[in-house]
Design a protein around this ligand. Sequence first.
Ligand SMILES: [Zn+2]
Length: 388
Amino acid sequence: MKYLVLLTDGMSDLKIEKLGGKTIMQYANTPNMDYIAKNGVGGFIKTTPDGYYPGSDICNLTMMGFDPTKYYSGRSPLEAGSSGIDLGPNDMSFRCNLVTLDGDIMEDNSAHHVTNETGAKSVDALNEIFAGEGVEFHKGLGFRNLMVMRDVDFDLTTTAPHDIMGQSIKEHLPTGKGAERLIDIMQRSNKIFADGGYERANGVWFWGEGTRPSMPLFKDLYGLTSSVVAAVDLIRGIGKFAGMEIIDVPGATGFIDTNFEGNAEYALKAFETSDYVFLHVEAADEAGHMGVIEEKIKAVENIDSRMCPILLEGMKKFGDFRILVSPDHPTPVELRTHVAEPVPAIIYGTGVNPDENTKYDEFMTPSFFIEEGYKIADFFLKSTVING
Ligand SMILES: [Zn+2]
């Protein structure tokens, strides 16, 4: 049996007045996802455990069948894993954003989207300052870089810079064990920007700290070979720690302009070596964060018209197959951020007896509700019959 998860990041939403009280999924024209709903079953998954925030890190761990309450150890280690940075048992990684500060005010969490060249130049300059101190900076893309501290025993709380835009950083500096050292590194780092030459970057901000996750391999948990198709470092990092093959797709951007067809084609190709493929598409989430209703509708319709036909036809060729379509969390376009509501999911294929649903949206009649979200993997992979 071949198992495909089509993970539509941030796709589910809330009712929108401008759309006549419909959600994006209800409003968008999605004949292919509706076909899957009509010929399969619909239900809901609680992807964010109580007490956790609905981040893509937490929610994608869940959707891949890993209990985040057991295996989540911070966001940046997942990104580090994707970049091939090794973390030892006593190392801690941080997201290092290049930011724009106006005095003490966090003016922009991305330093107004500096170029990759400026990001790389900053990392080189920072590494010169901290050489020999067990503090390493690693290049990412643009403003998104990483910092790793070797051999520390910290217990910290940090704040995401996009959560404090327009606020004084003084009230949001790191706290807890190790905070003093981290603040010292931040202050010394900021000196490199004194003479300019880094576009609008004039500071660094550390957040998303974490240690190396100790996750079991997907194969050990579920007995299947597996691949992940994703443009986003975070998802690729989870896949890497889970021992999945990481698939690169030309033209995949992790944005609303991604190569939808290519993503679908490479996912099908991955089944040559894998029984389980986790295909992650970011477009709807990005459109949700942009807060543009039309863009989110377009993203959902692009997933439906440019990916689903290829996937449906391709999967049917395998004979025995199952498809699961689900977001990781809602990213309501009018809120422009994630919420922790359960997500609507549809399952179609071998051993799945259709229920009464004919459309895929947030108001389906549920044939299942997965309270501990990570158990979706058992449900999807191990139930001989679904809705029997
Ligand atoms: Zn997400």
